[in-house]
Ligand binder design. Structure first.
Ligand code: FES
Length: 154
């Protein structure tokens, strides 16, 4: 029976499976750039907001559970009080992209995205979805009902 960290995929929900497989890949291949510093921050949801304790967010960024079983969101630290939040769902066919250095690469068909989510190489013609982020002294909030609009391709 195939198990991840002692648990079968059937015993995990989608979110748990994605988290377990991400951690598992990084345990096997710790030298992958996408695994360096990759970790999840605890978050809670309130309506259309995902709230993260600021103490859990470290540079260059952290993964946060996406809403409603969606793929994770990458919360990147841009400056002391500046953050960006990108969905890790490739806009071609929905695979989870991987963070590789300053870019995101889709393992399914090879699309590549810049750090701001714009398409560098297709087949995806749409950028990664970026969400508005606000922050105060204790909390960072991702407003997942408020995607940032921009052009389709860089
Ligand atoms: Fe990402 Fe096809 S799903 S390139």
């Amino acid at each position: 029976m195939f198990k991840i960290h002692g648990v079968t995929p059937e015993q995990l929900d989608r979110r748990g499976f994605l988290r377990a497989t991400t951690i598992g890949v990084c345990a096997i291949s710790p030298l992958l750039a996408s695994c360096a510093g990759l970790r999840y921050a605890r978050s809670s949801r309130d309506g259309a907001e995902i709230r993260i304790d600021r103490r859990d967010v470290v540079a260059p960024g952290v993964l946060v559970d996406g809403p409603d079983g969606e793929l994770p969101i990458y919360l990147r630290v841009l400056a002391l009080d500046e953050f960006s939040a990108l969905s890790m769902r490739c806009m071609h066919r929905g695979c989870q992209v991987e963070s590789v250095g300053e870019r995101f690469v889709c393992p399914c068909h090879g699309s590549e995205f810049a750090a701001d989510g714009r398409v560098i190489i297709g087949p995806s013609e749409l950028p990664l979805i970026e969400y508005r982020v606000t922050a105060d002294d204790t909390r960072i909030v991702i407003h997942f009902d408020a995607p940032v609009a921009r052009e389709r391709r860089s």
